[in-house]
Ligand binder design. Structure first.
Ligand SMILES: [Zn+2]
Length: 80
């Protein structure tokens, strides 16, 4: 009778250990899925972003488009 008790206890702890491993694997899978979702949404934001024109600017006095390296506005003569 005494030898039956430890066997039953060992089987119970093994089932408990297996369910714990399954729980940990499930948590890891959920974390990986969330990280994938975050990265995919970030990439969509980057693709939608537009680059502004880099070799053009606007005169602060008359508001016309002038070259980036111009030291003098060709339209109103304002110095920069
Ligand atoms: Zn100007």
């Amino acid at each position: 009778m005494n030898s039956m008790l430890p066997d039953a206890f060992a089987t119970g702890s093994a089932v408990c250990c297996l369910s714990l491993i399954i729980l940990v694997v499930l948590v890891i899978v959920v974390i990986v899925l969330i990280l994938k979702w975050i990265f995919s949404s970030r990439q969509t934001v980057v693709v939608q972003k537009e680059n502004p024109p880099v070799n053009e600017r606007y005169c602060t006095d008359c508001g016309r488009s002038i070259p980036m390296d111009a030291k003098l506005c060709p339209y109103c003569g304002k110095k920069f």
